[in-house]
Design a protein around this ligand. Structure first.
Ligand code: CP
Ligand code: NVA
Length: 332
């Protein structure tokens, strides 16, 4: 398997075998990390992390993974580069490509990360755009594999805003890996027809299934994985909260949802999550709309079924695998 020089923009571009390879590499790197076995395989290389939206997990995973691999890491926050304001994406990519061996981008349109990739001459990794969140997917399916020993035939139900970056990406990764994906959401929040058609095309060759429903009971019956995400994503205006709460209230992951799934079902969430009143936005929503918890109840979030912190840790190992696989010299 040779992924050297490849970009990582969406999993649509990766074959099931390539994804499997990245998962195996992640497991190997996780084992090395746990056993304190040094793996500075990319010593002497440098990467830059461009963030136009905030982050905890993705940024820290890239920083720690970069440092574990022996690389120099530069972080540029939304206000501290010329990109977009004084310099085009194209020019920025050309400059950064002269100095760095890899570029991570988190921000808005998928077209921006594609533009970067077209012009950089070094691997570009998508750390979340409005449309996709591919590095999250590897951590998610690694967590599924760790819990069930397999991916094929696993039923994963996404409840919530099913046309956001995480839901779109889950639909694609499930299609690639022969899983049964269900988007459980009001019709107005289902994935676009274009992406659905793409997922169905992929599913036809892997044995996966792709379904959308508004019926919570129907969707979660026999589910192995119940997954949710925030109801309003970064970059969306605060005004959409009211409508989104109305639309998604009945799609909250609570104990009765978990009890309707398979007995050994697990709960996943990309995080951050509004499951209590310990955040400023959580408090604001409570004051305005009286909701104490949103997409998931605190009870489920803190239950033994919840694997969200394993999932968060797996961001590190999987992002490390993506960087190593795409940056290593051909003869390594
Ligand atoms: N899941 C995720 O991408 O988290 P951050 O926004 O903290 O990076
Ligand atoms: N859908 C969320 C994911 C955060 C990791 C957002 O874009 O804000």
């Amino acid at each position: 398997m040779n992924l050297t020089g490849r970009n990582f923009l969406t999993l649509i571009d990766y074959t099931p075998l390539e994804i499997e390879y990245l998962l195996n590499l992640s497991k190997d790197l996780k084992l090395k990390k746990k056993n304190n076995i040094p793996h500075e395989y990319l010593k002497g290389k440098n990467i830059v992390l461009l963030f136009e939206k905030t982050s905890t997990r993705t940024r820290c995973a890239f920083e720690v993974a970069g440092s574990d691999l022996g690389m120099g890491v530069t972080y540029l926050d939304p206000g501290s580069s010329q990109m977009g304001k004084k310099e085009s994406i194209e020019d920025t990519a050309k400059v950064l490509g002269r100095m760095y061996d890899g570029i991570e981008y988190r921000g808005f349109d998928q077209s921006i990360v594609e533009d970067l990739a077209k012009n950089a001459g070094v691997p570009v990794w998508n750390g979340l755009t409005t449309e996709f969140h591919p590095t999250q997917m590897l951590a998610d399916i690694l967590t599924v594999q760790e819990n069930f020993g397999t991916l094929k035939g696993i039923k994963l139900v996404f409840m919530g805003d099913a046309r956001n970056n995480v839901a779109n990406s889950l639909m694609i990764v499930c299609a690639k890996m022969g899983m049964n994906f269900v988007a459980c959401a009001p019709k107005s929040l289902w994935p676009t027809l274009d992406l659905y058609i793409k997922a169905k095309e992929i599913a036809a060759s892997t044995g996966a299934s792709i379904n959308f429903t508004e019926d919570v009971y129907e969707a979660t019956r026999n589910a192995d994985v119940i997954y949710t995400d925030v109801w309003v994503s970064m970059g969306e205006p605060a005004e959409v909260w009211e409508e989104r709460i109305k639309l998604l209230n009945k799609y909250q992951v609570n104990i009765s949802v978990m009890n309707n799934a398979n007995p050994n079902a697990i709960f996943l969430h990309c995080l951050p999550s509004f499951h209590d009143l310990k955040t400023s936005i959580g408090k604001e929503i409570y004051n305005k709309f009286g909701l104490k918890e949103m997409e998931v109840t605190d009870e489920v979030f803190n239950s033994s079924k919840s694997k969200v912190f394993d999932q968060a840790e797996n961001r590190l190992h999987t992002i490390k695998a993506v960087m190593y696989a795409t940056m290593k010299e051909n003869n390594e």
